[in-house]
Design a protein around this ligand. Structure first.
Ligand SMILES: *[C@@H]1O[C@H](CO)[C@@H](O)[C@H](O)[C@H]1NC(C)=O
Length: 428
């Protein structure tokens, strides 16, 4: 299904009822704060242009293609690494730049990719090794053999384990079909026009996989944006948030005690998913769309606002128990973070914290309690256990944040020589 790192996305991609004038500002509403069931599309008229003017000056000015008569190979060279001439909007005030569609239709053995961004950021994308070296994407965009999809009762399509999976097993690793800079300036139909160019330029199989994805509103005139809304992950490139849609990965449903964890690798533009505990054949593979460490009401709000569903998994329905455990986790972490002379922190407290995470099904988030355990053991001079937990913390962070996270550094440092680490014998 879908997931986003932030709710911002949903506030900004808004839909307009076709046929109704954008002048009717009295009906302007921001959809994200509403439950969409109570707010059907027929009454949702969203956003006029930012200055409130009703001029329908299209920002999407399609450039006549000057090189139409030239041989196709010539054109390939002209726009490398793009296989199509970029199609651009006029200058958007909020970006001080135009937005263009950049497509490489032969990308990654013909999977293709379309990116809507500014020319400056397009250069940053173009300089990534994945557009330059043939083997930069080794092992990516290939079927892992770990999963299949199936229609699940009341859930839409889900992803299930095709074989027994264990901790750290790769589930998926895919690049997006569509990437689009997050802006709030284009009118909905203009944006739709631009997004459609991007999707239409993709190879047929990728385009079909995209158009097959779930959507929220169901209005065909804005289907390409509707699919982005339901399936987006955020990708930060060139200082700007981009929305990215990964067709295969979109089939992963949400769980508040997920059995898999994901991260986005910005250099490889790749979304990686790994199992965080054993998953049996035929069992659904899930990730969390919102932090499972948030209190239940807050998780419900995020899921409702961002993804338009009410969570009914055990950690959501047993709110009192779940929240009590989360408070206990919070208290333990506060105690373990206390490095004063009166601190009550002990390795035993850290072990208790690990246990709580495990029983809550938060296996994909164990880097935090493992880290506390490494420090707590080192603080009493038990370097053997400090090393053990620092290694576990590193392993867990890799699955959660990817190899480039600055948090890795903490544990790499401790592992170099625990006795030289600031935490060594701090509590004894
Ligand atoms: C498109 O991307 C691939 C990498 O998968 C690259 O090898 C190819 O040269 C790119 N196409 C163009 C026209 O640069």
């Amino acid at each position: 299904m879908f997931k986003s790192a932030g709710l911002l996305v949903f506030a900004l991609i808004s839909l307009v009822t076709p046929g109704l004038s954008e002048k009717s500002t009295s009906h302007v509403a921001v959809l994200y704060s509403q439950c969409w069931h109570e707010f059907p599309l027929s009454t949702a008229i969203l956003r006029t242009s930012r200055d409130g003017s009703s001029e329908l000056v299209s920002k999407v000015s399609f450039i006549a293609n000057p090189s139409q008569n030239q041989p196709p190979l010539d054109r390939l060279d002209n726009y490398a690494p793009w296989t199509h001439e970029p199609i651009c909007t006029g200058v958007l005030q909020s970006l001080d730049s135009k937005l263009c569609v950049y497509t490489n239709a032969t990308f990654s053995n013909g999977r293709g990719i379309s990116i809507i961004t500014t020319p400056r950021i397009a250069d940053e994308f173009a300089n990534l090794p994945i557009f330059r070296s043939a083997n930069a994407l080794d092992g990516i965009n290939v079927f892992s053999g770990a999963w299949y999809t199936e229609k699940l009762p009341g859930k839409g399509v889900g992803m299930l384990a095709r074989k027994q999976l264990k901790f750290k097993d790769r589930v998926t690793a895919y690049t997006p079909a569509l990437v689009a800079l997050l802006e709030d300036e284009l009118k909905t139909m203009e944006r739709e026009q631009l997004y459609r160019v991007a999707v239409n330029q993709l190879p047929e199989a990728t385009r079909d996989a995209y158009m097959d994805l779930a959507y929220v509103y169901g209005e065909p005139k804005v289907r390409v944006q509707d699919i982005v809304k339901a399936n987006t992950f955020q990708l930060h490139v060139g200082g700007q948030n981009h929305l990215a849609v990964f067709p295969e990965t979109s089939r992963l449903n949400h769980a508040c005690a997920p059995n898999a964890q994901y991260y986005l690798d910005p250099a490889l533009l790749t979304h990686f998913v790994h199992a965080t505990r054993p998953i049996s054949i035929g069992e659904e593979i899930t990730i969390s769309y919102t932090s499972p460490l948030e209190l239940t009401d807050s998780r419900q709000r995020h899921l409702q606002e961002g993804f338009h569903f009410t969570c009914s998994c055990p950690r959501c329905s047993a709110k009192a128990t779940t929240d009590a455990t989360l408070h206990k986790i919070g208290d333990l972490q506060t105690a373990l973070n206390d490095w004063s002379a009166t601190s009550t922190a002990t390795p035993k407290l850290a072990e208790k914290l690990i246990q709580l995470y495990r029983t809550e099904g938060l296996d994909g988030f164990l880097d935090v309690p493992y880290g506390f355990a490494a420090l707590a053991y080192n603080a009493v001079g038990d370097t053997t256990r400090a090393i053990k937990y620092a290694k576990l913390a590193k392993e867990a962070i890799l699955l959660k944040d990817g190899p480039w996270t600055p948090n890795m550094q903490i544990w790499t440092e401790l592992l170099k020589d625990p006795t030289q680490h600031w935490s060594f014998r701090r509590r004894k």
